[in-house]
Design a protein around this ligand. Structure first.
Ligand SMILES: Nc1ncnc2c1ncn2[C@@H]1O[C@H](COP(=O)(O)OP(=O)(O)OP(=O)(O)O)[C@@H](O)[C@H]1O
Ligand SMILES: [Mg+2]
Length: 266
């Protein structure tokens, strides 16, 4: 069964002066259950917009989004959050700084339930949080009542990952979630990502600018350019690909763009 189906999705933004920018241009994509897809593409290619459309932050101008057989195209972001976990590039976005670690985790555990039903942190929950955090080997299990604002970027991204996956979402969306971290911390957070994704067999879309990570992590890679998917590789074809192959592909699509511009000018 197909887990995520995106059909003919288009998103236009008005950019002033009455003109529009097509950020996502008639994109169709099917992601199988448990598949881990890495998403690459140059700045402005439409990667974040695609993830934002899937998560419900933006509503599409055209197209459908179906998750687990349920059409959620018209659902609010809040309603989708019960099924979709997200981690953003900015460590400040995924967690609430003025709340403690256990309050943040408790909030994540209640995601998708009615707000009124949320209670304080139970002893049972606290034990579970302690065990989850101990896996990170960052010592956070002993700081459950510390404010999240006191944590480093890497610690916050690790916590964001735990929070995004606490309720075993149907879909995990990662948008350059290690880009703001130093290389060593980024590596640790990526290792944690692989561990959590494989542990729960999560269907995952991960945007990255790192070609090495794009090829070595997950089991499928798509490249976006000007709002469309220009490359989609998996299996043996992907296994045989090198970073240079990806860079060549980038040049090729950009080359075509230059050609198109010349044609337009002619
Ligand atoms: N809220 C918005 N309002 C207007 N234009 C937007 C908005 N969000 C995105 N865009 C435009 O849509 C296009 C795609 O942007 P998007 O953020 O999806 O690119 P991206 O592939 O994530 O790039 P990057 O690698 O820089 O993060 C860009 O031209 C961008 O300027
Ligand atoms: Mg982006």
């Amino acid at each position: 069964m197909a887990m995520l189906t995106v059909g003919n999705l288009t998103k236009r933004f008005s950019v002033g002066g009455g003109s529009t920018k097509v950020a996502v241009d008639n994109v169709s994509l099917t992601v199988e259950t448990g598949q881990f897809v890495t998403v690459i593409g140059s700045n402005g290619a439409g990667k974040s917009t695609l993830l934002n459309l899937i998560a419900g932050r933006h509503l599409p101008d055209e197209g459908r989004i179906v998750l687990d057989g349920v059409d959620m195209t018209d659902w609010s972001e809040h309603r989708r959050a019960a099924y979709i976990g997200r981690v953003f590039q900015d460590p400040l976005q995924g967690t609430a700084a003025s709340m403690t670690i256990e309050e943040n985790l408790s909030m994540a555990a209640a995601r998708g339930r009615r707000r009124g039903l949320r209670r304080g942190v139970t002893a049972e929950q606290r034990q579970r949080f302690r065990e989850l955090l101990a896996q990170l080997e960052l010592g956070l299990e002993d700081r459950l009542r510390s404010d999240v604002g006191l944590l480093s970027g890497g610690q916050r991204q690790s916590l964001s990952l735990i929070m995004a996956t606490l309720t075993k979402p149907s879909l995990l969306l990662l948008d350059e979630h290690t880009a703001a971290l130093d290389p060593k911390t980024a590596r640790q957070v990526l290792e944690l990502t692989e561990r959590i994704v494989s542990q729960h067999r999560l269907t995952t879309l991960m945007v990255t600018h790192n070609m090495e990570h794009a090829l070595r992590m997950g089991d499928r890679t798509i490249m976006m350019h000007e709002g469309t998917i220009v490359l989609d590789v998996s299996g043996p074809e992907r296994n045989d690909m090198t970073v240079q192959d990806l860079l060549d592909e980038f040049s090729r699509v950009r080359g075509h763009k230059v050609l198109d511009d010349r044609l337009l000018l002619a």
